[in-house]
Write a protein that binds this ligand. Structure first.
Ligand code: NZQ
Ligand code: ZN
Length: 392
């Protein structure tokens, strides 16, 4: 196991009706003038926004609002939010929505405390480690990105459609309100995309060259097995509160890094996927459903026994001692079949992405002859080969 630090200071408020405590928690963490940030309208239609506003008013907190965050959030609205926060002397940003809203809120929080262009932090993620940001709170409406507990934010710059991530402790939300009932209005495709993202966050950490990480291996396996057990239930019955609750908590556990400490992590599937969703505007999880099994097939020979381990422990495959590679491949196929069973695409064509865009994806990935990934280092030619495998 490697040396590590782990700082996860978010205050989680979990359960039914907890959004009605938004005002109380903004106050607890020092906010008095809030920017409420939200997406394309689901929170207006569901009545959630009105409940959050009422809660802030009851707590004596004033607010301004900025809606309109698109999935795969864009830089244009971030600039607007930063200007609004500076003009209105906002001291707290409250994200009401999913990963896109939270990430946009984090970018606004970062840019509001900075005199330069907020994109500097996304061009060079190391700058965020020592940055300051306005405090951010979250009312979560979809179990997926894990941004409610993570130190990360992912934004797409309109100019060139570059999708980039940054991360630092200043971006960890002060509090996150997690009411699983709020996710019951999600369309099944969005529920499944979120579930895929959650599983991908675990796999990105699970495939590692670090040895003797039994505790985190077993944590990862537990989250994956819970997902395999719970996700089909919400696909069959979107109102299954208990299954929604388990998935919502899994989304947080998968990505606040408790499953990843003390080990090298990979993240290549995410970098490869970000290029696709930047251009095609597909759901991030759906893009991962296409890319991640292809990535697994491409790198399986790097550590056949690790792939065989997940196949036997998580997918219930029996170990073929004479041919461990066959076991490893059976595990990858089980993952792909699971994704299909919950309605996810598993090829670029099913996702709506074009094979002829592959050279563009490779170019915007921006390796420039360099390498990416912690488990297997990929170069441009490897990235291209994985995109091509994902077409089959
Ligand atoms: O915009 P509205 O109208 O709210 O609709 C949203 C959106 O269309 C809808 N939705 C959300 N909650 C709903 C709902 N519809 C009905 N009922 C509800 N309760 O769902 C759509 C997708 O929302 P979005 O926020 O985009 O989903 P998700 O949480 O999957 O976030 C995806 C973004 O997060 C980034 C992705 O790259 C992508 O841009 N990620 C962020 C990470 C992080 N910050 O740590 C890590 C992830 O790996 C990921 O890269
Ligand atoms: Zn993700």
């Amino acid at each position: 196991m490697l040396n590590f630090t782990f700082y996860s200071p978010t205050y989680f408020v979990f359960g039914k009706d907890t959004e009605c405590q938004s005002g109380e928690y903004v106050r607890k963490f020092g906010g008095s003038r809030v920017l409420i940030h939200y997406g394309g309208g689901s929170v207006v239609r569901s009545g959630l926004l009105a409940r959050v506003e009422q809660s802030l008013t009851d707590a004596g907190v004033t607010f301004v609002e900025l809606g309109g965050v698109m999935p795969n959030p864009r830089s244009g609205l971030v600039y607007e939010g930063i200007e609004l926060c500076k003009r209105e002397k906002v001291d707290f940003v409250l994200a009401v929505g999913g990963g896109s809203v939270i990430d946009s809120a984090k970018a606004i929080a970062l840019g509001s405390c900075y005199d330069g262009d907020f994109w500097d932090f996304y061009e060079d993620r190391t700058r965020t480690a020592s940055a300051t940001a306005l405090p951010v709170g979250v009312v979560l409406t979809i179990a997926a990105a894990g941004s409610e507990g993570s130190s990360d934010s992912v934004i797409t710059k309109e100019e060139g459609m570059l999708k980039r991530a940054t991360g630092g402790d200043c971006l960890r939300p002060k509090f996150s309100i997690l009411n699983p009932a709020l996710t019951q209005t999600l369309p099944p495709y969005q529920t499944a995309s979120g579930a895929t993202d959650i599983m991908a966050h675990v796999f990105e950490r699970y495939f590692t060259n670090t040895t003797h990480v039994e505790t985190t291996d077993r944590l990862c396996e537990a989250v994956l097995m819970a997902m395999i057990h719970e996700v089909p239930k919400v696909i069959a019955d979107p109102n299954d509160y208990e299954a929604r609750a388990n998935i919502m908590w899994a989304g947080m556990v998968a990505h606040n890094d408790i499953c990843g400490v003390g080990r090298e992590q990979d993240w290549n599937s995410h970098w490869l996927e970000h290029e696709i969703s930047a251009v095609n505007d597909c759901a991030h999880g759906a893009g991962l459903a296409v890319v991640m099994p292809a990535w697994m097939e491409y790198v399986v020979d790097h550590d056949v026994m690790r792939f065989a381990q997940v196949a036997t422990r998580v997918w219930g495959c029996s170990m073929d001692y004479a041919d461990p590679r066959a076991t490893a491949m059976a595990g990858i196929e089980a993952f792909r079949n699971f994704l299909r069973s919950i309605g996810m695409p598993t090829t670029m064509a099913e996702l709506g992405a074009k094979e002829e865009d592959i050279p563009y994806f490779v170019k915007t990935l921006g390796l420039n002859g360099g390498e990416t990934g912690g488990f297997v280092h990929l170069k441009d030619a490897d990235a291209e080969a994985i995109y091509r495998l994902a077409c089959k």
